[in-house]
Unconditional design. Structure first.
Length: 110
């Protein structure tokens, strides 16, 4: 018989991986008080579960059920007018869900 391979995560993977290589982590920086990002986090209030800055970009984690409410607040109160990128990360094999992310642009603060 052939060796069984699990079929729950069938996305393409590389055949060779260096077992000693560790991917570098991007540092997470706290949101500075008085910055534009601090104002955005303050507007979101309790809707933001976690917020930090990575590579000059504000990252905000929210509950999935509050997705529309947060996007409306960012548009109406914070001036984010364009969605430059929207995608999902597949966590179906581990958690049975997707992680959605949006990259929003505020033309007035750019």
């Amino acid at each position: 018989m052939r060796k069984y391979t699990p079929k729950d995560n069938v996305q393409g993977k590389s055949y060779y991986t260096d077992r000693y290589w560790v991917a570098p982590r991007v540092p997470r920086i706290e949101v500075e008080a008085g910055s534009h990002f601090a104002d955005v986090v303050e507007v979101l209030g309790k809707l933001a579960k976690e917020s930090y800055v990575e590579i000059g970009q504000l990252v905000v984690h929210i509950d999935a059920v509050q997705n529309v409410e947060v996007l409306q607040a960012l548009k109406e109160k914070c001036g984010y007018t364009q969605c430059s990128e929207q995608s999902a990360v597949d966590y179906l094999a581990q958690d049975g869900e997707f992680e959605l992310f949006y990259q929003l642009l505020s033309v007035t603060e750019a």
